[in-house]
Write a protein that binds this ligand. Structure first.
Ligand SMILES: Cc1cc2nc3c(=O)[nH]c(=O)nc-3n(C[C@H](O)[C@H](O)[C@H](O)COP(=O)(O)O)c2cc1C
Length: 177
């Protein structure tokens, strides 16, 4: 959890990351995702997004190159009814950006630890649009530069539930043959 603070993300590379997010599939092709991003090259915008983050997240996210607020439009543009897939679709758009960024060696770190109501107020997010999380993008720094309080987390072996706990065959709870 440490970004190289003085290694900017090039414009073309960033554009390619955004394209990957733009091309995500969505229910009814509604494309309910919206994003407000801020670059550290523009400190006023950048610091505004930093101010939305929890104190914990501010400690490491302050070295990011780009901070992106992820927002979902919660109503279907086609009929004004609630869009039950809005968060799913928006997550998929983010996922595509995360993978595209990674292909350039850029790390993306998502954060639920932020103040959504403050985001609404500071970034002018209208009613009907829900801020969901913030993503920090940047090039990963060497372990020796990680702040002491994050070092243990940085060296902990990544883990996930076993396949058999989350993938079932045929029926819920049923292990594959
Ligand atoms: C929606 C979402 C919210 C998250 N919120 C935070 C956060 O506020 N702060 C943080 O340090 N990490 C946050 N994370 C990162 C997760 O803690 C991390 O992905 C998880 O612990 C697994 O670690 P790994 O991705 O390194 O394997 C978040 C991840 C997601 C997808």
């Amino acid at each position: 959890m440490k970004f190289v603070a003085d290694k900017p993300i090039g414009t073309e590379v960033w554009q390619s990351v955004l394209e990957a997010g733009r091309w995500a599939p969505s229910a009814f092709n509604e494309q309910p995702w919206r994003f407000v991003w801020a670059s550290r090259q523009q400190p006023e915008q950048f610091n505004r997004v930093i101010s939305l983050l929890s104190e914990y997240n501010q400690q490491w996210a302050c070295d990011a190159q780009i901070l992106m607020v992820v927002i979902a439009s919660e109503k279907l543009a086609r009929n004004g009814k609630p869009n039950p897939h809005a968060w799913y679709d928006t997550g998929m758009s983010v996922s595509q950006m995360v993978i595209q960024a990674l292909s350039f060696g850029i790390q993306a770190h998502q954060m639920g630890g932020f103040d959504a109501e403050k985001a609404r107020a500071l970034l002018g997010i209208p009613e009907g649009y829900q801020p969901i999380c913030v993503v920090a993008f940047g090039y990963p720094d060497a372990l020796e530069n990680v702040l002491p309080q994050f070092r243990e987390r940085a060296v902990t072996v990544r883990s996930r539930k076993p396949l058999t706990e989350v993938f079932f065959q045929g029926n819920f709870g049923q292990a594959a043959d």
